[in-house]
Design a protein around this ligand. Structure first.
Ligand code: EPU
Length: 417
């Protein structure tokens, strides 16, 4: 298993370009199952979760090819409308094929995801939404089996709680349902808007994506399209936190600052100097950082996917920062590893109390989940001496060449095979 070895203490300087958003690319790839025509996708990041989704699409019967940065998916015929356990257990987002498969084929068989490092993460709301559209769903041998032999019927569905992939899954089902579907308490994440943009290009009729109420008028067929994925806001935020902790001067390019309002606001409160234009953000930090409390929320609130990175930053800020995680029940595993590096963090249920600044020291640590590993990289960049991070396959799930991007801005980081 690969490891990262990082020598801390070098300020990040220069520019880093962000990749396409992993969490947009995943549902967008699933959406390609809704048509028999080819769909061309640009800026799909070549990361591990995407490779898993491409494998899943191939298993289902689609042809997936990558040429000159364009991924083309052609789902002419669907041989196996199912997501097997082997793929779902490595990536929960595999359940995103449920809605498109039921809509296109009238049936789907998708393995239940099982446990996850950051919380229970059930898909009961995806299932309830599909049932509202008329699918008959049963659970057999660890699989969800959904059927709608006569097609789905538009309906009004209100999510009990906001779910990002749940909204995307139901939206992808609704575009081929007869009549009108109204999705209330919908997720407002930029990734939901990106999926809706692609579906619209494919011929769907959607209003309100990006708000809490999405209206869909079903169509009988969708066609091919060309689409470029939005920039990865979580990767952008990770680099901003990395620059701040090293007291650097970094410009993150090819990003969308509008998708990061909550983080930018919090970073400014820490004392970071931030300037931005349409597609880049420059962050400069000189001197002390102030402690700032954050509470994770659905978009446009502070993203849970940036909580771990912000916690690493707060270990270097003056005073006490209270970090409250409201989305997932077990997303503080990084706190224990940060403590091994010298961080002063106390956990109390859904809150982490971080007292700073502490002197971080290089240590051997283990990445426990995708974003937790990013926070360990950030801490290591500010630590005295050498840090070895084990199990970096977690980081490879969603960050494209993070070590080369950071090294290009001066970080002393290398991968050991
Ligand atoms: N939930 C349910 N039932 C459901 C669906 C969700 O109870 O049917 C609960 C979850 O257990 C959680 C909350 O609702 O407590 C919100 O979960 P959500 O469904 O929004 O999460 P997700 O769609 O599974 C996506 C991202 C995650 C990100 C969350 C929250 C993708 C592929 N994944 O997951 O990204 O943390 O939204 O913003 O879009 C990551 O990239 O590292 C990552 C974990």
């Amino acid at each position: 298993m690969d490891k990262f070895v990082i020598q801390g203490g070098v300020p990040l300087e220069g520019e880093i370009a962000v990749s396409g958003a992993k969490n947009s690319a995943l549902p967008v790839l699933a959406a390609c199952l809704l048509t028999k025509d080819p769909v061309n996708l640009r800026r799909i990041p070549p990361v591990r979760d995407i490779a898993t989704m491409e494998k899943l699409l191939s298993h289902i019967g689609a042809r997936v090819s990558r040429k000159a940065g364009v991924v083309t998916v052609e789902a002419g015929t669907i041989g196996h409308p199912e997501a097997p356990y082997e793929l779902v257990k490595t990536m929960r987002a595999s359940s995103l094929v449920l809605g498109p498969l039921v809509a296109r084929c009238g049936r789907a068989r998708v393995s239940l995801p099982g446990g996850c490092a950051i919380g229970a993460r059930p898909i009961n709301l995806h299932v309830a939404g599909l049932e509202r559209l008329g699918a008959v769903v049963k659970q057999e041998h660890g699989y969800i089996e959904a059927e709608a032999p006569n097609g789905l019927q538009g309906a009004h569905y209100t999510f009990d709680r906001i779910s990002v992939t749940g909204t995307e899954d139901l939206l992808m089902a609704a575009v081929l349902a007869r009549g009108e579907t109204i999705i209330d308490n919908a997720a407002r994440e930029p990734e939901v808007v990106d999926v809706a943009d692609l579906l619209t290009k494919m011929g769907a009729s959607i209003e309100g994506a990006g708000t809490s109420t999405i209206r869909v008028r079903g169509v009988s067929e969708l066609g091919g399209a060309d689409h470029t994925i939005i920039p990865d806001r979580i990767e952008t935020g990770t680099f901003l936190a990395a620059a701040a902790i090293t007291r650097g001067d970094l410009t993150v390019t090819g990003c969308n600052p509008e998708h990061l309002r909550a983080l930018i606001e919090k970073l400014r409160l820490t004392g970071a100097d931030i300037s931005e234009n349409d597609c880049s953000i420059r962050i400069r930090v000189k001197g002390k950082l102030n402690s700032v409390d954050v509470t994770t929320e659905e978009h446009p609130g502070f993203a849970t996917d940036l909580q771990a990175q912000f916690m690493a930053l707060m270990t270097q800020a003056e005073g006490i920062a209270i970090i409250t995680e409201t989305i997932f029940e077990n997303r503080f595993m990084h706190a224990l590893e940060l403590a091994r590096m010298g961080a002063n963090i106390r956990l109390d249920g859904r809150q982490a109390i971080v007292a700073g600044p502490c002197s971080l020291q290089g240590a051997q640590v283990i990445a426990s989940d995708h974003r937790a590993s990013a926070s360990l990289v950030i801490a290591a960049l500010a630590a005295q001496g050498e840090t070895t991070i084990d199990r970096v396959y977690h980081i490879d799930r969603g960050y494209e060449k993070i070590e080369s991007k950071l090294a290009g801005a001066g970080a002393r980081i290398r991968r050991i095979k």
